[in-house]
Write a protein that binds this ligand. Structure first.
Ligand code: FES
Ligand code: FES
Length: 152
């Protein structure tokens, strides 16, 4: 079967199967920023934006994304340099192994798109589903606060 999906601003038509997960589909198409962690909806490493909202791509079958707008980290990273959220993660030392980072950055983008000046509680609430084994989370919270401050 074929699906039509907008990925990072481009409509594509691509063969899939009823049981293929969006995570595997995106990685098959070369979007390797989408990380396969637990594959059970627990870690958030496979997060992508689905019509602007963070979702776990390991829990979605590709046909469920028919007609949707999907964004991955590749889509928000400028050709030259980095997105301001990526910059802030680097500046604050919020990236160690980096496995959780694409999902964290996309979740942050969705948060700031709907709430440009979130409180610390709102930041913590938004990021609570994106697990990180390396950093202890303080750096990520600081990174989001830095982006907010820079855009005040
Ligand atoms: S790989 Fe999807 S939530 Fe862990
Ligand atoms: S930086 Fe390693 S899991 Fe988050």
């Amino acid at each position: 079967m074929k699906v039509r999906i907008n990925i990072n601003g481009k409509w594509i038509e691509e063969e899939t199967t009823p049981s293929e997960k969006l995570l595997d589909f995106l990685r098959r198409l070369g979007y390797k920023s989408v990380k396969a962690g637990c594959r059970e909806g627990d870690c958030g490493s496979c997060t992508v934006l689905f019509n602007g909202n963070p979702i776990r791509s390991c829990l979605m079958f590709v046909p469920q994304a028919e007609g949707a707008k999907i964004e991955t980290l590749e889509g928000i990273t400028p050709k030259e340099g980095l997105h301001p959220i990526q910059e802030a993660f680097l500046e604050e030392g919020a990236v160690q192994c980096g496995f959780c980072t694409p999902g964290m950055v996309l979740t942050t983008k969705a948060l700031l798109d709907r709430s440009p000046s979130p409180s610390e509680d709102e930041i913590r609430e938004a990021l609570k589903g994106n697990l990180c084994r390396c950093t202890g989370y303080v750096q990520q919270i600081n990174a989001v606060k830095r982006v907010v401050k820079e855009h005040e």
